[in-house]
Write a protein of this length. Structure first.
Length: 203
């Protein structure tokens, strides 16, 4: 329900994985192939001299410093900005308001109900169920409307359909108390020791 850029995350992880695989494969190749190791030993000592010569050829006018270092500094700043933007894009979509309506009956004003109230009430009620090992409730903004996401981790041997039915009854009780019916996603996550699959229910 959140707006985390999953596709971008997978692309970045894939690129980083390919780079690490390439580095690891190159090191393994140098270790196992004596010819490759000899070529590297002949090439490496002259690498520093090549870098110094390249820096001298790209020196700024009237200075001894190369413009490559300026380019690298700018590239690092751009990379830092992109990383900050990427980090800020993770987990977006959370909201702190479950219900917000304008009431002009009598004194004009806006009535708002915090999502924390519903989250704490549902979480406490769910954790009283002996079949529930853990429960988490979050409020999200989905296309301009607030919605609840309920994640339940059942205990080993618990029946997921019974847990889902109990959670549905709790949500209906919350709807009756609020006088509103926000969208709800009930997610039952199978633990490592459980043998049934994950079950999602959207209402």
């Amino acid at each position: 329900m959140n707006r985390t850029p999953r596709a971008l995350n997978r692309i970045l992880l894939g690129l980083i994985g390919l780079i690490l695989i390439g580095i690891g494969g190159g090191l393994l190749w140098l270790t196992l192939d004596s010819g490759a190791a000899g070529s590297w030993q002949r090439f490496a000592p002259n690498m520093l001299e090549r870098i110094q010569a390249f820096g001298a050829d790209t020196a700024l006018p009237g200075q001894s410093q190369s413009w490559i270092w300026v380019l690298l500094a700018v590239a690092m700043l751009v990379a830092i900005v992109l990383l900050v933007l990427w980090a800020a894009a993770q987990g977006r979509g959370r909201t702190g308001t479950l219900v917000s309506e304008y009431d002009d009956d009598g004194a004009p004003g806006r009535v708002a109900i915090s999502g924390a109230m519903a989250e704490q009430a549902l979480r406490s009620a769910l954790q009283e169920d002996p079949d529930v090992a853990a429960a988490a409730v979050s409020t999200y903004d989905v296309r301009g409307s607030s919605a609840l996401r309920i994640r339940i981790n059942p205990r080993q041997g618990a029946a997921p359909h019974l847990i889902a039915a109990d959670a549905t009854r709790l949500v209906e009780a919350l709807d009756a108390a609020l006088g509103r019916e926000p969208a709800v996603l009930i997610s039952i996550d199978a633990g490592r020791k459980l043998r049934f699959n994950r079950e999602d229910r959207v209402r």
